[in-house]
Write a protein that binds this ligand. Structure first.
Ligand code: FAD
Ligand code: NAI
Length: 473
């Protein structure tokens, strides 16, 4: 065992929370080390989350377009087929390029990178066990816990990453399954379900509740559900899985109504368990500084990301709040600034969420259900009335989407925004900016938007919130 020179900050975990915090801390002059056990930087997001899933979503969407949409534009292709190995190689290239890029950013900013398992040994001491088992102890003024999350297991359906997979296995299947059952109609279930459905798999989503993505604005969620059904995804809502057995060709699930009732069986080649993620703190040594986790497994923090142990902070998926990469990044920046003696703040009401299906669904702020009892205006504008959406998409899929703005009746400021439609994930940034800067729907309506663009639908929804849109009644 050797002892490394003292640090101002040791960040444990090199995901979007940890790596961004480490870079910001180094920019602010703190001597910073980031400890990561995975072997590559970027955490869940870059390695087995956001990036590989978006790579497969994009590739499978191109396949879908080539098969179904191109001909409506007068482009006739024959013999369109999938080379799954190449699709996976393309995904791997994106991941490797980006994870190496983070390593490059560490070098440029002077962050030391310790490969290995980090464990808090006591106040101001972190032990790093390298891949070869060698241990070193780091003295540090501050520790930032950014250890992220892991898949929530479903005890009756144990994951083997072969036939019963988590998102990680679903991102790396070696062949296109004939039938897939997805347990959980949330972000992962719908994104990965869409990928495999587009590539030819018959996908059935089994959801415990009576609606998909339960936290989503109900009206938008219902539209989303209808569109996905049209895309041939099957849904079994209000259903619970009570058991699973392996069969020669895959898995047989036993399911029953969530409220209780007759059991039935469902067969599939592959089952994806996507019922949520839980904070990850295994082997971290929290007990050595008197810390424990709450009943959801989260490390408890105050508004400045401080735990109850002096000099120990925590951010990202391992603490309360949405498990999203950009939330972790923002917390990383603010935590680093606080540790460096500055002040910082995050507006948790203005953190967007995006489901990267086709069409995308994006949201920020309050849903209509959350505004019951509040005086609010509602402005909607359908993409059916947006010239760019109609021009781009001859099949009319886009025509089913809309932009919905919810604004305070008294102040006219945005309380929430919900989009289902093309480019929703990009357009939501306008709503987030409006919320952060306190813009009113009148301000947005007065802001010139280029024509013909999808973002004109945002402006028209803002017009509809306090008056009337031009291109729709
Ligand atoms: P993580 O990214 O989980 O990073 C934590 C890191 O800490 C890990 O690399 C882990 O190996 C390391 N670690 C843990 N313990 C130790 C230890 N003791 N010592 C050393 N290292 C340790 N979010 C989005 O915003 N957009 C998306 O499109 C999106 N898509 C997703 C798709 C999938 C399939 C999944 C699973 C997640 C997705 N997410 C997405 C969520 C996103 O990945 C997480 O919110 C984000 O990665 C959280 O960042 P983090 O830094 O808190 O934790
Ligand atoms: P999720 O929380 O989004 O969805 C889980 C779904 O499973 C919910 O609808 C829930 O009601 C349902 N469920 C729970 N227990 C169940 C059971 N026993 N049987 C059937 N259904 C059950 O979780 P998911 O999809 O696993 O993703 C985890 C997290 O990762 C997300 O919440 C999100 O924070 C993040 N993520 C973000 C993405 C993005 O930003 N585009 C993409 C993928 C993941």
């Amino acid at each position: 065992m050797c002892t490394a020179a003292g640090q101002d900050l040791v960040v444990i975990g090199g995901g979007p929370g940890g790596y961004v915090a480490a870079i910001r801390a180094a920019q602010l002059g703190l001597k910073t080390m980031c400890v990561e056990k995975r072997g590559t930087l970027g955490g869940t997001c870059l390695n087995v989350g956001c990036i590989p899933s978006k790579a497969l979503l994009h590739s499978s969407h191109l396949f879908e377009e080539a098969n179904h949409t191109f001909k409506t534009h007068g482009i006739n292709l024959t013999g369109v087929s999938i080379d799954l190995d190449q699709m996976m190689r393309k995904k791997a290239q994106s991941v490797t390029g980006l994870t190496r890029g983070v390593e490059g950013l560490f070098k440029m900013n002077g962050v030391s990178y310790a490969k290995g398992m980090g464990k808090i040994l006591g106040p101001n001491k972190v032990e790093v066990t390298g891949p070869d088992g060698a241990k070193q102890v780091i003295d540090t003024k501050n520790v930032l816990i950014a250890t992220g999350s892991e898949v929530t297991p479903l005890p009756t359906v144990p994951i083997d990453e072969q036939t019963i997979v988590s998102s990680t296995g679903a991102l790396a299947l070696s062949k296109v399954p004939k039938k897939m059952i997805v347990i959980g109609g949330g972000y992962i279930g719908l994104e990965m379900g869409s990928v495999w459905s587009r590539l030819g798999t018959e996908v059935t989503v089994v959801e415990f509740l009576d609606r998909i993505v339960p936290a989503m604005d109900k009206e938008v969620g219902q539209q989303f559900h209808r569109i996905l059904k049209k895309q041939k995804l099957n849904f079994k809502l209000s259903t619970k899985v009570v058991g699973a057995t392996k069969t020669p060709t895959g898995v047989r699930l036993m399911v029953e109504p969530a409220a209780g009732g007759a059991q039935e069986t469902m067969d599939a080649d592959v089952v994806l368990v996507a019922i949520g993620r839980r904070p990850y703190t295994a082997g971290l040594g929290l007990e050595n500084v008197g810390l424990s986790v709450d009943k959801r497994g989260c490390v408890d923090i105050d508004n400045g990301f401080k735990t109850s142990a002096p000099g120990v902070y925590a951010i990202g998926d391992v603490v309360r709040g949405p498990m999203l990469a950009h939330k972790a990044e923002d917390e990383g920046i603010v935590a680093a600034e606080i540790i460096a003696g500055k002040s910082g703040h995050i507006n948790y009401d203005a953190i967007p969420g995006v489901v990267y299906t086709h069409p995308e669904v994006a949201m920020v702020g309050k849903t209509e259900e959350q505004l019951v009892g509040t005086e609010y205006n509602k402005g909607t504008f359908p993409f059916m009335a947006n010239s760019r959406a109609r021009t781009n998409d001859a099949l009319g899929d886009y025509a089913q989407g809309m932009v919905k703005i919810l604004s305070d009746k008294k102040t006219d400021k945005l309380l929430g925004m919900h989009i289902i439609g093309p480019g929703a994930g990009e357009m939501i940034a306008e709503g987030v900016l409006a919320m952060e800067t306190g813009a009113t729907t009148r301000d947005i309506a007065k802001t010139c938007h280029a024509h013909p663009t999808l973002s004109e639908a945002f402006r028209e929804a803002a017009m509809a919130a306090h008056d009337k849109p031009i291109h729709f009644k």
